[in-house]
Design a protein around this ligand. Structure first.
Ligand code: HEM
Length: 317
């Protein structure tokens, strides 16, 4: 369906964005639990138990959203590939052909298997080995998206570089965004808890997440530059094309996210370690800033939902 004559397929953009958000959040949440919560949990077992339960709940909700949006994405892609009206595309022949004779279809089949394994892992989440497998499946699910987008159709050695950069880009973005969702849930739980142990848990978790955050931002930016170099190619094309201008808006939103992340890292987190001052107020501001970061990231996912359906700018001029 052409959105307002812009040539943008509205439903496809929306479903891609929802799918990216759900896939990124489940992976980032499981990484946050494994790296941040488990490391900080020794000092506050009750609060850690609350956060673990929240993580599992978020993971199940995102898995359901990932599966439902993935199915609709597959049907919409099949319709756009076949060129037939949506209703006529729902015949088994077209769907079978797309599933088995296109790269998008084969990647989708692989991701369906990963979703099934991940669901099984979440059902047996109490076993550490199973939690490890769940983590691996969630990383595989987000990284495999690279094979469904522009990176999956770049040929030759440049194609290998593009796939590696895009897969790393997706994984790093997922650790950031999914981690922010878990951080907001954790800090909100501590605000309700208000025990000393809870406060040190919040301090340790915020510190280790924002330390991890520096490496994440570097990877997101560096792999984003590689994507930009391959799909745009020059500053002139960046400014002169619709794709390029949309990407510039995305980079501007990323820059604003960095400002909020920096305020959390260099101004608010250190105040959680001070003996005096209102920790509750610091927690409130950390939650507010992290929620703003999440809102900006949702806008970025919406932009990416569009970018992946447009012809790369490098071919536009
Ligand atoms: C929080 C920040 C960011 C997030 C959440 C994010 C997320 C994403 C996602 C989900 C994709 C889709 C990949 C695909 O379809 O294969 C993507 C693609 C891309 N990203 Fe980012 N990204 C971020 C920052 C950046 C930055 C800073 C740059 C540039 C320096 C950048 C440049 C790109 C480009 C060029 C693409 C390829 C779009 C296409 O397939 O046409 N991203 N990004």
């Amino acid at each position: 369906m052409d959105w307002l004559g812009t040539g943008i397929d509205g439903p496809l953009v929306v479903i891609r964005a929802i799918h990216f958000v759900a896939t990124a959040t489940i992976m980032g949440t499981l990484i946050f639990r494994a790296v941040v919560v488990e490391a900080a949990a020794r000092s506050a077992k009750p609060a850690a138990a609350i956060v673990r339960a929240q993580t599992l709940c978020v993971a199940w909700i995102c898995l359901a959203l990932l599966a439902a949006s993935g199915l609709v994405w597959f049907l919409l892609e099949a319709a756009s590939m076949s060129g037939l009206p949506f209703g006529e595309t729902m015949t088994s022949d077209v769907l079978f052909t797309v599933a088995n004779e296109t790269q998008f279809g084969r990647v989708t089949e692989t991701r369906v298997v990963m979703v099934a394994i991940l669901a099984g892992c979440l059902a047996y989440d109490r076993f550490p080995l199973v939690r490890g497998l769940a983590l691996a499946m969630s990383v595989g699910l987000i990284a495999a998206v690279a094979w469904t987008g522009h990176a999956g159709s770049t040929a030759g050695e440049m194609g290998i570089l593009h796939l590696i950069a895009d897969a790393l880009h997706l994984v790093a973005a997922a650790v950031w965004i999914g981690g922010l969702v878990s951080l907001v849930l954790l800090l909100s739980a501590i605000r309700r808890d208000q025990t000393h142990a809870g406060m040190s848990f919040a301090r340790d978790a915020t510190q280790s997440f924002s330390t991890m955050g520096i490496a994440i931002v570097v990877v997101v930016f560096a792999t984003g530059l590689v994507n930009t170099w391959i799909l745009v190619g020059s500053l002139h094309v960046l400014v002169a094309t619709g794709y390029g201008r949309l990407l510039m808006l995305k980079i501007a939103l990323f820059a604003v996210m960095l400002l909020f992340a920096a305020a959390n890292r260099f101004w608010l987190t250190p105040r959680l370690a001070l003996p005096s001052g209102s920790k509750i107020e610091v927690l409130r501001r950390l939650v507010r800033n992290s929620t703003v970061e999440i809102a900006l990231a949702l806008l970025i996912f919406a932009i990416v939902g569009v970018l992946g359906t447009l012809h790369p700018a490098i071919h536009a001029l």
